[in-house]
Design a protein around this ligand. Structure first.
Ligand code: SP5
Ligand code: ZN
Length: 384
């Protein structure tokens, strides 16, 4: 397993509205520090430290690098340009105008909710400084802090490099590392849409990875045909942003196992099956609260079957550990060893065995158990 890490992912630090007050966000820098530490101590994975601007640190090679202009293009293929500008400039703008201190966060004042504008209409981005955060977010868990852009950009870069690496590897090929890549993304990505941040997510790393795979497949390996990507989202929460990005796209299968009727509340039902040419290529498998591993594996087998029917050339896992029994954000009853079972079952399924895979970190908030959970997952994934 090649593990991609960037120290800039630790810089972003924010607060969130939990119940009646703002608290230090559960999505915190220590999450990455714990996983990184566990991987280093374990020693059985090759950990490469990147930096979003300079490429791979201390390496003369450029295979762990995506050109800044290409990355910019991948981001604008994934998100609205005004939204990206907002993420990049708003904190600085609010500080410069004396609205917040350097260490405070930008939060929405008024959300842009459907039906507020004329029916079927769409309001253009507002000029008012206080209106913009609510135009570009859907909840109060995506405040913009001093380093939010730096970290989100670095996180997206890891996903883009991951997409590039799996683009150049072939099923079964003895690629030195291209067949199994893990990107330690932070902040996570699966909740944000083209122009809405939310649920700790600012840039949709899974969408960036797919765009990167497509781009590099075209650029450098045109003989290989266009990729068919299966996305398996096992974060406790439904990945509404990733679903939305590929809802009408038959070349990307999105499959999610998530808590039924849980956050983000308004997506993730079984009858969301895709539309147009993408009909049948979106599979939601909601699972009841308190479910233990047996019930989980029932859903997982359905997910595996759907992916096998699809016949992917590549596979992406949106990996969240908020399914852990102690997680404050989730309510499944999964334990460390269960992650090994889950990973092994997916990776050993016929048709999913040898295809190039990219694993992206999403949620998981029991900081001191993240390292152990990740190691178990990787053990199962790489079991011969
Ligand atoms: C990436 C990711 O895991 N984002 C999740 C953000 C979830 N925020 C939810 C806030 C509402 C929590 N309500 C408490 C219910 C506990 N069962
Ligand atoms: Zn989650």
């Amino acid at each position: 397993m090649l593990v991609l890490h960037d120290e800039a992912t630790r810089l972003h630090q924010t607060v969130e509205l939990l119940g009646p007050r703002f608290k230090k966000a559960l999505e915190c820098p220590e999450r990455i520090e714990e996983i990184f530490k566990a991987l280093q101590n374990d020693g059985s994975h090759s950990v490469r430290i990147l930096d979003a601007v300079g490429g791979a640190k201390g390496s003369g090679t450029d295979d762990l690098h995506v050109d800044p202009s290409v990355l910019a293009k991948l981001l604008s293929d994934t998100h609205d340009q005004g939204y990206l500008e907002h993420l990049r400039t708003t904190h600085e703008d609010w500080v410069a105008n004396g609205l917040i201190g350097e260490d405070e966060c930008v939060f929405p004042e008024c959300f842009y909710v459907h039906g507020m504008c004329k029916p079927g209409g769409e309001h253009p981005p507002p000029k008012d400084r206080f209106a913009r955060p609510g135009y570009y977010a859907f909840d109060m868990s995506a405040g913009i802090a001093k380093n939010t852009w730096v970290s989100a950009h670095a996180s997206a870069n890891l996903a883009a490099v991951g997409g590039r690496l799996i683009a150049s590897s072939e099923p079964s090929a003895a690629a030195p590392h291209g067949n199994n890549v893990l990107a330690l993304c932070r902040p996570p990505g699966h909740h944000c849409t083209t122009k809405l941040a939310g649920g700790y997510c600012y840039i949709n790393n899974a969408v960036v990875a797919v765009e990167s795979l497509r781009h590099h497949r075209k650029e450098h390996a045109s003989g290989l045909g266009s990729p068919k990507m299966a996305i398996l989202d096992v974060d406790f929460h439904h990945g509404n942003g990733t679903q939305a990005a590929f809802y009408d796209d038959p070349s990307v299968l999105y499959v999610s196992i998530h808590g039924q009727d849980e956050y983000p509340y308004f997506s993730g039902a079984e009858d969301e099956v895709g539309e147009g040419r993408g009909h049948g290529y979106n599979v939601n498998l909601p699972l009841a609260a308190d479910s233990p591993i047996d019930a989980y594996l029932g859903k997982l087998d359905m997910a595996i079957q759907k992916m096998q029917e699809f016949g992917p050339s590549h596979m992406l896992v949106s990996l969240g550990f908020d399914t852990f029994f102690l997680d404050p954000m989730g309510c499944f009853d999964l334990h460390a060893l269960d992650y090994k079972v889950i990973a092994r079952r997916v990776r050993q399924a016929e048709g999913l065995k040898d295809i190039p895979s990219l694993i992206l970190l999403e949620g998981g908030y029991v900081v001191e158990r993240l390292g152990e959970n990740m190691l178990q997952f990787l053990k199962g994934w790489e079991e011969p």
